[in-house]
Write a protein that binds this ligand. Sequence first.
Ligand code: IDP
Ligand code: MG
Length: 153
Amino acid sequence: MANTEQTYIMIKPDGVQRGLVGEIIKRFEQKGFTLRALELKMVDRALAEKHYEDLSSKPFFAGLVDYILSGPVVAMVWEGKGVVLTGRKIIGATNPAQSEPGTIRGDYAIDIGRNIIHGSDAVESAQKEIALWFPSGVAHYATALAPWIYEKP
Ligand code: IDP
Ligand code: MG
């Protein structure tokens, strides 16, 4: 099916602490994407290190892992046509100093090490991340709004 692309979105501990959960979910909901999974959870070190394993040689890796462990995160799967790339646009550039106003990071963050949200960067990495964070799968349900969001639902 054409509209079933999925991405892994995670509100990081600073986003949760700052009370941005509702605002962030609202942006994905109102765009028209479908929520397939959601969990508030404390992350263990092994999961955080696995999630960011491609960055393990970076000087900021240890600080990044400690940041993800510093409080609960909101782990989510969102679905829809082009959701990986569009999700990255909704989130904004990695460094909030370069994120456009109107993006989540552009509106709510200042430091690269406190940029409040994660989004998968490609369809393939999204599939890996969804399997890592939701090993028992996501929710499948029909959305009555599909014909109002897609010309070809
Ligand atoms: P992304 O989150 O926009 O995909 P990545 O390059 O994949 O960006 O980096 C993952 C995360 O690592 C960033 O979101 C940010 O939290 C952190 N990070 C990246 N670069 C730096 C840095 O130079 N200093 C501190 N943290 C960084
Ligand atoms: Mg990344």
